[in-house]
Design a protein around this ligand. Structure first.
Ligand code: GLN
Length: 315
């Protein structure tokens, strides 16, 4: 067995001292103030042990990491019909890009870019009110994390509502193609609220456990999704979870992962661990600079890459 306590301590020490820390997202004013000296990390293993380092209990804005939980909810609602309205291919474009939507008739490439997540919000809205749909998502992540204190940071949601002009454009553009059922305003109300959910690394690693546990919630053994669905969500995270840096993330880390502009990343080592890292400084593609590096170090030390002979490395 790996000495995860020592590995997490080593990685945390290295990240806390790292000189090149990236820059916080500045297009959302409430995120621009984030302190790039912060670093946190949490690992929850299949046998339930928890290993944390740095600011692992500090809540941060989850942003696009929530796209994983919203997708899970939408698949539960409409199943494979979702794929009539959202693709499953990496976009190779920035997370907030609009370019492919014109030639692809308003069908976003995948559920993890903003356009795709906005369609997912439309599905999760169904016929209800945005506030009710957001409460449902918050309840879902509380259930997954086994933690009722998880909440939405309303200041971040309001900040994004004021400045989210690109997302407004994406929603209106897709509406013009008939790919939103509800109004862009209602859909974005849910989408911005969803992005503003705050969690700590510990809570996020707990919430991601079903993806390493073949779809089961380890707290109570209940099934969250089928094993096949967990596998497919992991596949989408691997191929699309880091936008136009998804290939680079697979190359460096080799685990399904989903990033957010708050600087968090959820990564899954299937059968082994649910991992989360947070550091608010981002690289050019909007992914956490040190979060990515920390996961690269972890994959190297543990051999947990999905492309490696993991079982051997584990012994
Ligand atoms: N709320 C952010 C946005 O829509 C999420 C983007 C992200 O985390 N990559 O711009």
């Amino acid at each position: 067995m790996h000495d995860l306590t020592a590995i997490v301590a080593d990685i945390t020490e290295e990240m806390q001292a790292a000189p090149d820390r990236g820059r916080p997202a500045d297009y959302i004013p409430a995120l621009a103030r984030a302190d790039v000296s912060q670093f946190g990390m949490a690992i929850v293993t299949a046998d339930g042990s928890v290993h944390t380092g740095g600011s692992a209990d500090e809540p941060f804005s989850l942003q696009s990491v929530t796209k994983v939980f919203a997708l899970t909810q939408a698949l539960g609602r409409v199943g494979d019909q979702l794929w009539d309205r959202v693709g499953r291919e990496p976009s190779g474009s920035a997370f907030n890009s609009i370019v492919q939507l014109e030639s692809e008739q308003g069908i976003p490439r995948n559920p993890f870019i903003n356009a795709g997540a906005i369609v997912v919000s439309d599905v999760n809205l169904a016929r209800g009110a945005p506030r009710a749909a957001l409460a449902e998502l918050v309840n879902f992540v509380r259930y997954l994390a086994d933690d009722d204190t998880i909440a939405v940071d309303t200041e971040v949601a309001a900040s994004e509502l004021e400045t989210g002009f690109r997302n407004v454009a994406l929603a209106n553009y897709m509406k013009s193609f008939g790919n939103l059922r509800r109004s862009p305003e209602e859909v974005l109300d849910l989408y911005f609220g969803q992005c503003a959910i705050a969690m700590s690394c510990r809570q996020l690693a707990m919430a991601g456990r079903y993806l390493m546990a073949a779809g089961l919630n380890p707290t109570n053994g209940h099934r969250v999704v089928s094993e096949a669905r967990a596998r497919r969500i992991n596949a989408l995270m691997l191929t699309c979870g880091h936008y136009d840096a998804s290939g680079d993330f697979a190359f460096r880390v080799g685990l399904p992962g989903k990033s957010g502009v708050g600087g968090g990343i959820l990564a899954v080592a299937p059968g082994r661990a649910s991992i989360s890292v947070w550091s608010p400084g981002l690289n050019a593609q909007g992914n956490s600079q040190l979060g990515t590096l920390a996961l690269e170090r972890l994959a190297t030390r543990t051999g947990w890459s999905v492309f490696a002979r993991g079982a051997v490395a584990d012994s």
